[in-house]
Structures are given as C-alpha cells and as structure tokens.
Design a protein around this ligand. Structure first.
Ligand code: GLN
Length: 532
C-alpha cells in the first residue's frame, strides 16, 4: 500500500458532515476506525475543529462537555475520548487541530520573519498547515481518519474543506476516501423522510470540489432503500455508496450497523484486502451490555453539572463498561453537589466524586467523602474527588477548618490541606498551564491500590493545579486515609485509600481517560465489583 506521490504507506479517510452537526459524525468515524482495526490495520484518527479556540482547556463543560486530556498533555474535546474508546488507541497532541492554534502558529512564524516578506494567506499557508498537521498525525499508521468538525458550508470551516480536497493531490486521490454524513429528517405531519437537505448538503460539498465516496444518511428510524437511492440519483453518486445508519440504542453497536450497511465492501476495496474484521470481543461486550442482569448496582455521581452526561462522559462510560463485564446493571444517580445530603448518599450503593474546578458544590463533595469514611460505603475519588476526600479526612482528624487554597477566602488561612503546586501560582485563568498528561506514580507495597493495579508503578493522566500539603499528613491519617501512592520523588500525593473500608480509593489522576469498553480500567472495575 504505497502512495504514488509521497512514498508513504498510509491511506486517508476524511469524514465531513452536512445538514446538521451533532448527528454522529464522530461515532461514524470511530466505528469505521474500529472495523479497520479489527481487520488488522494500524489506524489513527484526528479531529479538525474550526473553532478559534487554541485548545479545549478553557471551554465550558456545560456547553462542550468534558475536557479530554491526551497522554502528552493536550486539553481536547470529548471526541478524542470516543476515539480512544472505539480504537483502543492513544491519541496525542496531534490528534486535535483547532483553528486558533493554527492561526497562532502562522502569526508567530510571520512575526519572527519566517515568511521572508511574503503575503500570508489562507490558501496556501493555512491550508498547507492543515495538511502538514494531518500528515504529522498519520505518522506510523496504515489508515488515518480525519473528522472535520461542524458542517460543510460553515463559514469558519471552509479552509479545512479546501485543505482536505488539496490533500488528494498530495497523496493521490486513490489514497483518499471521502465520507459525508448527512441527516435525513422525518416529517411527522406528512409521515415521510425528506431528502432535500441531504441533496443540498451534497451539492455544497461538490461546490467545494469534493465528490464523496460514501454518503452516510443518518435517520431516526431505518429508512427504506429508495431514500438512499433517491439521494444517490440526485447527487450523481453510486447508489451502493449511499448508506443508511438509523439511530440505535448504544453507540457501541454502531460498528455492527456500519458493517451491515455495506460500508465494509467499500472499505475493502479502498484498503485492498477483504479479510473479515475480528469483532469477537466487541460482540461479547455488546451481548453483556445488552443483557438484563439479576443484580443492579446504584452509583451516586456527586457532581456540579447534574444530568449532563457529556460533562462526565469518560466517568459514566467507564462505570457502564465495568458493570457489563461484572455482569450487573448499573444505575447512575446524579447527586447535586450543591445540596447533597446524607439521605442522598444512603440511597446508593457507592459514591463517585469526579474532577472539577472552583468552589461551587465542593462542600457536598466533601460531605460525600465524610459519609463514605464514616459508613464504609464504597467511594471512588477522581482528582478533585481525591482532594475532597483528603479535606474530609483532615477534618475528621481534628482540623475542623481544613480546606483547599482553590476555594479561597471561605476557609481560614493556614488550614489549606490542598494547596497550589509549585510553579502554578498566578496561572489560575490561563489555558494549557496545569500539570497535564501522563505522570508516573509509585504505589505503596501492600496497598489496596497496588493490589487492584497488580503493579508497583503506574502511569496515569493528570489535569490539576493543586496538590496535597503533606504537612497535614498526621491529621489526614488520623481521619482515616493512608497515602497509597506518590510521584517517584515522593513530593506529590497520587493515591489515597481508607484501609478499613471495602473500597475507598481516590487519586489525583484521571483514570477514566484510560478506561476502554473492552479493557475497563481496574479502579472502575474493582469499584463496581465492590458494590455487588
Ligand atoms: N481543581 C482541582 C485542581 O486544579 C482539581 C482538578 C480536577 O479535578 N481536574 O487541582
């Protein structure tokens, strides 16, 4: 599989969207990737977003969902989390491209004289930079998938569409597969599916010089074949290449639907092999997840953005996958951190306190940890969830005013058991400056955490600015927590646990970012197991 023009052995799949955004372009892209991976290919994937933001670090989780962190410390949007779950692949800083970062790079180059007096323009400078980012992210892969955010025709996305059109000149058209995902609405009053918006979306794409190889029609319910044929006829595309993907209950069944839809044929032709994808483990996961088990476990998620699945998506996905493999049903009960009470905690089998920022809702999270320490209810603390557990323990250990420097004036000075890390002062509102990405931790021999991981040294992803002040260790220990893992130099507390409890583990890291549906993170698996 050698590309004519570049001597590189990579094929590229570009996924664009029409009509509406948010209809499953990312899941379609990830599902295609999962299938190719199951065929034995080395697959990588990347998202290009036309936002003017530089990264996703400062985006509001209410609007944009969780901020996902790559192993090399880039703050990205939650699509990369989907990619990692579907492809069991570690995305990197190159897997996310935002316009803001590209403009920043171009302007810095221009300011330092890097363009030698030339006029700097969207074409070719911006479009070339997009193509360079695509090539960079595809290094070492056999198939590289690129999802373009938004819909074709959006004002700010035009240069990305031009860049992926030009990319075919770079590597040869035969090494590029363009997939356009369109939405076909159901009109309830006339009881019919309307193809016109999809036809227009295809016309838009053609107007930018791209005739797609595959058109995916997203519908609420299965569409009759004639609908796809009509779209094919009106847009000059082979009717075999227009496929229907109706809504289904779980995103993890989308790869099976993609397989049924006929995409496999097209992918086989594109990559040049027709080996059957090995989907055995996906099938097993789908079977376990779809089953109604005799036992149901109830997890209380003590959170600030109550009911907003996207804001904690890696956490909820990890819990659901853990439940499937542990053969139990899971009910996730949202507990509003702002007014959480002991009755709320009593109603569930275990408590999860996820990551977060700022003072709002922290007292409820601290109460949840206090409750778990007192009653022995299983507790899993993630990042802020560990800091709250440490505060709870210190208060139990006699430091009634224990708090975090992050929560400011509400607490008496001198009792901040959580304080700002060295070098983080003054950066509180700046993007990309936290302790981000992979860091190692050494686990204490004989600790529960070491037993759960089955390892003495682990690496987890991080995103924080504050840390445990070890000056308060006597109070923290007296309150019921033991240090179970630290950074190799011993300076940062990475894991704590409550030795007497069935399961009480909290970490400064974000293990949820490394959990996969087919390979659930051991902390989540053990937590769910402890609820049985
Ligand atoms: N706000 C805390 C900190 O910055 C926790 C961060 C988090 O939960 N990701 O340290």
């Amino acid at each position: 599989m050698r590309n004519k023009n570049t001597e590189k052995s990579c094929k590229y799949i570009f996924v664009t969207g029409g009509v509406l955004s948010g209809v499953g372009k990312g899941i379609t892209a990830a599902s295609i990737g999962a299938i190719l991976k199951a065929k034995g290919y080395k697959v990588s994937i990347q998202k290009c977003d036309p936002y003017l933001n530089v990264d996703a670090g400062l985006l509001n989780p209410v609007e944009h969902g969780e901020c996902f962190v790559t192993h090399d410390g880039k703050e990205t949007d939650l699509d990369l989390g989907h990619y990692e779950r579907f492809l069991d692949f570690e995305t990197s800083q190159y897997s996310s491209v935002l316009s803001g970062a590209l403009y920043q790079e171009l302007i810095e180059k221009e300011r330092s004289g890097g363009f030698h007096g030339k006029t700097v323009q969207m074409v070719p400078h911006f479009t070339n930079l997009v193509q360079e980012k695509i090539e960079k992210a595809s290094e070492g892969s056999e198939v590289h998938i690129v999802e373009i955010g938004g819909t074709v025709g959006d004002y700010e996305g035009l240069s990305f569409i031009e860049a992926i059109r030009l990319f075919a000149n770079r590597v040869g058209r035969e090494n590029c597969l363009y997939v356009h995902v369109v939405y076909v609405p159901w009109i309830n009053t006339s009881k019919e599916l309307k193809t016109k918006p999809a036809q227009n979306a295809l016309k838009d794409l053609r107007g930018f010089g791209i005739i797609p190889d595959v058109v995916v029609c997203r519908t609420e319910r299965p569409a009759p074949r004639v609908i796809c044929e009509k779209i094919a006829a009106f847009s000059g595309i082979d009717k075999e290449a227009v496929l229907n993907l109706p809504d289904i209950e779980s995103v993890y069944d989308v790869p099976f639907n993609v397989l049924k839809s006929g995409v496999l044929e097209i992918l086989n032709r594109f990559v040049g092999t027709n080996t059957e994808p090995d989907m055995a483990r996906w099938k097993e996961f789908s079977r376990l997840r779809g089953k109604k088990w005799a036992k149901t476990v109830r997890v209380g998620l003590v959170a600030k953005y109550v009911g907003n699945d996207d804001a904690y998506i890696c956490v909820t996905e990890a819990l659901k996958a853990a439940a499937a493999w542990e053969k139990v049903n899971v009910e996730i009960e949202w507990i509003n951190a702002e007014d959480a009470t002991a009755e709320d905690f009593a109603k569930v089998d275990g408590l999860v306190v996820p990551g977060g920022f700022g003072v709002r809702g922290v007292e409820g999270k601290i109460k949840a940890a206090e409750y778990a320490l007192e009653t022995g209810k299983p507790y899993l603390g993630l990042c802020l969830g560990m800091q709250c557990a440490v505060i709870a323990a210190a208060r139990r250990g006699g430091l009634g005013e224990a708090g975090s420097e992050e929560f400011g004036a509400s607490r008496e000075a001198g009792n901040d058991v959580i304080y700002i890390m060295e070098g983080q002062k003054g950066k509180e509102s700046t993007g990309g400056t936290m302790r981000l990405g992979d860091y190692p931790a050494e686990l204490r021999e004989g600790s529960r955490v070491a037993e759960v991981y089955g390892a003495a040294k682990v690496v987890e992803r991080h995103r924080h600015r504050y840390e445990v002040n070890q000056r308060f260790l006597p109070e923290i220990e007296k309150g019921g927590l033991a240090i179970a893992g630290t950074s190799p130099d011993g300076k940062l507390v990475e894991f704590v646990e409550a030795p007497g409890c069935k399961f009480f583990v909290a970490t400064q890291a974000h293990p949820e970012f490394r959990s996969r549906p087919l390979e659930v993170h051991p902390l989540f698996r053990e937590f769910v197991k402890s609820l049985k």
